[in-house]
Design a binder for this molecule. Structure first.
Ligand code: COA
Length: 259
């Protein structure tokens, strides 16, 4: 299949998808989103493809965000549609792919670009990569899953600060936050990512698919909070909670019995 805004190649069963609008820092316009959806379908359906890498053309950007030039005509309904379509047709489809899809972040990963990398199963970054969710500068919030995936990945408070300030972080900080698994030079980026995938290719594909499925299902819903409420209540049926609370009030060390 050939694309207007993507370059694709198949190398050692790895499908390399390169978003190819370097003059616009690979911003995600309507066509890129439509074509990414089709390219991910290829990953799902082509039996020669065992895994995929998503990267950006040029040396400056992975993806500098959704294409801002398409935003002015949007209203509440069409804004919602843009986010829903993007999430369903691209971002969720990447996350739920039964084959590994890795982001090779080679420069700016901002807004929808950061969200695209986050939707991938993990991220390898080049040392010039910069991550950020600058939507608040535009009077917006992330719409391609960024609030949810970031809060889960880096924690609620860091996500709050990251998204509320709209500040960019460099590759080293992204690695420290756990956004990027590894940082390498730009010239090593694709090879390093391929090397990791070549190891994964030696494993059982069904097991890999299940790893993705099970890890993705970790606490995505209200279920985690409900579970916490239930377990919190259960503590009050133990002897130990009576002992712990009483010991605190009596200013002595608690002696727990495991009952
Ligand atoms: N949407 C549409 N066009 C974009 C874009 C985006 N998200 N990001 C960059 N571009 C375009 C610029 O308009 C410019 O186009 P032009 O040459 O026709 O004027 C081109 O890409 C190069 O960008 P430029 O701003 O000149 O590069 P820079 O090195 O000075 O700055 C950034 C790089 C990434 C800091 C800057 O482009 C930027 O802030 N982009 C927007 C990031 C953003 O807010 N993303 C979230 C969107 S929701």
């Amino acid at each position: 299949m050939s694309y207007q805004t993507l370059l694709t190649s198949l190398e050692e069963n790895i499908f390399i998808i390169t978003i190819n609008r370097p003059e616009k820092l690979n911003a995600l316009n309507k066509i890129v989103i439509e074509e990414l959806s089709k390219a991910i379908d290829e990953v799902y359906n082509n039996t020669e493809i065992k895994s995929a890498i998503i990267t950006g053309a040029g040396e400056k950007a992975f993806v500098a965000g959704a294409d801002i030039s398409e935003f002015l005509p949007l209203d509440q309904k069409t804004g919602e549609e843009l986010a829903r379509k993007g999430q369903q047709n691209v971002f969720d489809k990447i996350e739920n792919s039964h084959k590994p899809i890795i982001a090779a972040v080679n420069g700016f990963a901002l807004g929808g670009g950061c969200e695209l990398a986050l939707a991938c199963h993990f991220i390898i970054a080049s040392d010039n990569a910069k991550f950020g969710q600058p939507e608040v500068n535009l009077g917006l919030i992330p719409g391609y899953g960024g609030t949810q995936r970031l809060a889960q990945l880096i924690g609620r408070n860091r996500a709050m600060q990251f998204i509320m300030t709209g500040e960019m972080i460099n590759a080293k900080d992204a690695e420290q936050y756990g956004i990027a698994n590894k940082v390498v030079t730009q010239s090593e980026l694709l090879n390093e990512t391929k090397k990791i995938l070549s190891v994964i290719h030696t494993k059982a594909p069904l097991a890999i698919a299940k790893v993705i499925e099970v890890i993705n299902n970790f606490d995505h819903t209200q279920q985690g909070y409900d579970f916490e409420i239930k377990k919190f209540g259960e503590c009050f049926s133990t002897e130990d909670v009576k002992e712990g609370v009483t010991a605190f009030l009596e200013k002595r060390k608690a002696s727990f019995k495991g009952k």
